[in-house]
Design a binder for this molecule. Sequence first.
Ligand code: ADP
Ligand code: ADP
Length: 227
Amino acid sequence: MITFSEVHKRYATGYEALKKVSFHLDKGEMAFLTGHSGAGKSTLLRLIALIERSTGGQVIVNGQHLGRLADNRIPFLRRDIGMTFQEHRLLFDRTVFDNIALPLVIGGFRHQEIRRRVRAALDKVGLLNYEKSYPITLSGGQQQRVGIARAVVNKPSILLADEPTGNLDPALAEETMDLFSQFNQVGVTVLIASHALGLIKRMGCRTLVLQEGALISDLKPTPNKRT
Ligand code: ADP
Ligand code: ADP
């Protein structure tokens, strides 16, 4: 589903954010990506969604070699990838409904289909009664869930999350991680960049560790230790 072979990313500044990173994530797998701030986690996620292009090696997503993918094909790739950002990137002058509907409006879906899908996404994240609310009136945890609903409204096969629990208290952080698990349980491939080490340990998932752009460890899941 996602394969990195000796992937390099050098930014225009000359900074090498990723160095020879290789790993494979199977369809339906859930994994964490961890490491210190600046280790290259966001960069790695951005390469998968082609927000950035690699400068060496191969990135293969859903069987497509991204290095060979023309810019005009990027929207088609992104239809199958949902991504959440630490700062949510919600539109504050639009309702929750409109925020989540946005990818579908861009995708040209019919009005009725949009309503159906947005409601389904809101239901999944437990915010059915909030479709007319404005994001500013919601708590941080609820805003994060609106971001997750927007990421999954297209029913992507891959879900990428960049520090989804960064601003949340421990209980909300755990709820958010459980939400990602639920998407994973219905077959979505999930990759979460996070430095919430305690939480990651409790989730019992595969964990990729980046250090200064190099992948230094890839720990497979241990039996579920959650209580
Ligand atoms: P992380 O998500 O692990 O905090 P990032 O992938 O955001 O790490 O960043 C890795 C390194 O690459 C950092 O040193 C960052 O400053 C640098 N970097 C990120 N984006 C850019 C960019 N667009 N141009 C130049 N350097 C960048
Ligand atoms: P986040 O990791 O929360 O997405 P960052 O602070 O890493 O946010 O990056 C915010 C934006 O700034 C990104 O688009 C990234 O590419 C860019 N950026 C980060 N570090 C640098 C840098 N050293 N030079 C230029 N752009 C950067």
